[in-house]
Design a protein. Sequence first.
Length: 480
Amino acid sequence: MVDPFLGEREELGQLAGNQTTGKEDVVRPSAESSSLVANTGRESRLFYGWYIALAAVTIYFMTNGATISVPPVFYPKFIEEFQATEAAVSLCGAITMLLAGLLAPFGGALIDRFGVRRLMRSGILLLAASVTAYPLVTAVWQLYILHALFAVGLILCGLLINVVLLSNWFVVRRGAVIGLLVAGSSLAGATLPNVVAPIIAHPDFGWRWGYGVIAALVWLVAVPLTFFVIKEHPREVGQYPDGKAPATPNEMPNPGVSHVLPGVPFRQAVRTGVLWFLALGSAFIWFAILAVQNQLVIYLKQDLGLSQELSAFYLSLIFMFSIAGKFGFGYLSDRMSKRTVMIFTTGLLFIGSLLLLDFRPGAGSLPLSLVSSQRQLGAFAVLFGLGYGGTFSMIQLMVAECFGPRELGRILGIVTLIDTLGAFAGITITGYLRTTTGSYFTPFLMVVLVSLLGLINVWFVRPLPYAQRVVVADAGGSEP
């Protein structure tokens, strides 16, 4: 989603294809840096790409945290101060998710035309101005405008463009570095809500000061890194991707040869049930994840009466364990069937969602109620967080596993569009149901049922057979 998430899987797919072909990974030495090739063995400078990686993770931590992870912590205060409904305030996050998903395909075209650095500088200034205006709003409709601007800012300086940036600098270590970048969103969700919750609850400060701290961090941390650290290509500092020059001229690509990657063609993929089972399964998964992310703090504070700090802690706990899920299940998927791992992680998400309900046999015609035990809330956060992190990683890996790298970007684009619509539906429908029914019972019961539908769809996903070899053809000819 986003990490929120949102169009970035299409970019990751395109990058996976580039890595397989090797076409974009070799940087030819420019006239200014040609002398460095002969002196590579004597080069002792630290590879500047590590500064780029640290800056990219930090920028994404701040941008995703300020726009996706932190706002739900403020929703109870918005309901109270603006006399708004749950559905009205939930629409804030839905606007960001939907608009970012719809704009994501255009983000890649802008990067190709204007470059990473120019777009990131424009995007971070837009985002910084938007978060600065956030504490000044006086009505919910003003929040809607700012959340629409958040979406534009995320396209210009969020995950997608940072993935492109890191891919310019890393080839051999690309997977690990991008994995670290993706984990930045969960780290923001695990820490920033706990930073602002005491400020929101303090009688001398409140939510405006709380978000003001986030805005200050964006200006003090993300903006300087974007303007003074980010460089688009290694050649700008006389280096090569991964800090290593090509060993021989033979490593340069042959311009007279084209490579047809192994995999399922896009037109064939869209005619298979596998793609649609995976896309629908992903949509159901993101429905559940975004519904919980946007509604949990409202439920805990408004309905259960927990403190602002404790409500934010449970949301952060989900993000904490999602970090473990992203790394742990990603590691596990390299050692066993990815389909098995995805079924398991989706099962964890479903079991975790069940813990939103309290089962009490003999309590009446419907032996179900909403969770109120803090011990059960803790167990829910752990299991749901592990399932969230695991499924987030496995959706991308399963698309590659099922269809191969041949037209992975286009196929991921279909999956991304559909699961973005699922996320939007999860936020808006559950908020609407809470407003109309006066309770979170129906919305959370829907989360359970939708999680089950996600598990059922994932069960029917199986990799399609395709030739594993790379087909080589003349640049002007056809495939053999």
